[in-house]
Design a protein around this ligand. Structure first.
Ligand code: NAD
Length: 256
């Protein structure tokens, strides 16, 4: 039987890049995201790589919907081997102007949904004696930048959660790790370029050069392939001793 991976937020950006790589490696994929054409995206990847796919648009702001997403995955595919908590949103503003609802939604989607999903998948992974949980955190789970209170808080929180799940999962062959990318050029970052330009009173070109990639030693956006390769490694049977760790794929940002 092909292994099954559920990737939250996989009808866009990093999640879609990871999904393509897992499909190519023969995994069946539960796609998820709010994109209106999510179903079509899922089918086209499934057809291209000849793997089974399904799609859900569960709203991660609602705990019950997160739990149903896990139940639905197990029901449709008869298993769940790899859970990738990837979906996330961003909002950039100085703390004084940071709207409370933006803060709460970022904590809910970027952090709390990973808890609800992992919790729901846990008993099945335990019974299966195999589980790989991969949290897509960020270099902002390791380092701070101004104007990102909610995002930096949530991403640091995810790294703490990763360590706890690694300890609890150890007797059951459930591993949990975090991937911490620097900047990847996805729709989320395209939005940030605009927001940062406003916050810093700069042009979009200046923001990329002087703000976004300023802290990376390697002045390149991190590629989807780099992140997908890391996720594929963490998902392997032979990666059972890699757990509780955060992998910075950040062009040397956190080396400083
Ligand atoms: P993206 O905007 O391209 O994709 C985000 C996905 O999350 C989409 O599929 C969207 O539908 C889904 N989503 C958002 N809110 C949702 C909700 N309420 N319910 C269900 N799904 C929801 O973003 P991306 O850049 O691919 O980011 C993916 C992850 O990688 C995020 O956790 C982000 O914080 C992290 N990350 C991104 C970068 C970067 O530079 N792009 C860097 C480090 C970490």
């Amino acid at each position: 039987m092909n292994k099954v991976v559920l990737i939250t937020g996989s009808t866009s950006g990093i999640g879609l890049g990871i999904a393509e790589a897992f499909a190519k490696a023969g995994y069946n994929i539960m796609f998820h995201g709010l994109e209106a054409d999510g179903d079509t995206i899922a089918k086209s990847v499934g057809d291209k790589y000849n793997v089974k796919v399904s799609f859900s648009n569960a709203n991660l702001l609602v705990a019950d919907e997160v739990e149903e997403l896990i139940e639905q995955t197990i029901k449709v595919f008869g298993g769940l081997h790899v859970l990738i908590n990837n979906a996330g949103i961003q909002y950039v503003a100085p703390i004084e102007d940071f709207p409370n609802n933006k803060y709460e939604n970022i904590i809910a989607i970027n952090m709390n949904a990973a808890f609800y999903a992992s919790k729901k998948a846990w008993s099945f992974m335990k019974y299966q004696k195999f589980g790989r949980i991969i949290n897509v955190s960020s270099v902002h789970g390791l380092r701070a930048s101004e104007f990102k209170t909610a995002y930096v808080t949530a991403k640091h929180g995810v790294i703490g959660m990763t360590k706890v799940l690694a300890l609890e999962g150890a007797p059951h062959n459930i591993t949990c790790n975090a991937i911490c990318p620097g900047y990847v050029k996805t729709p989320l970052v395209e939005g940030q370029i605009k927001d940062q330009a406003k916050a810093h009173h700069m042009s979009e070109e200046e923001v990329v050069e002087k703000v976004m990639l300023k802290k990376q030693a390697v002045k390149q956006f991190v590629s989807l392939e780099t992140i997908a390769d890391m996720a594929l490694l963490l998902a392997k049977d032979t990666s059972s001793t890699i757990t509780g760790t955060s992998f910075a794929l950040d062009g040397g940002w956190s080396a400083q």
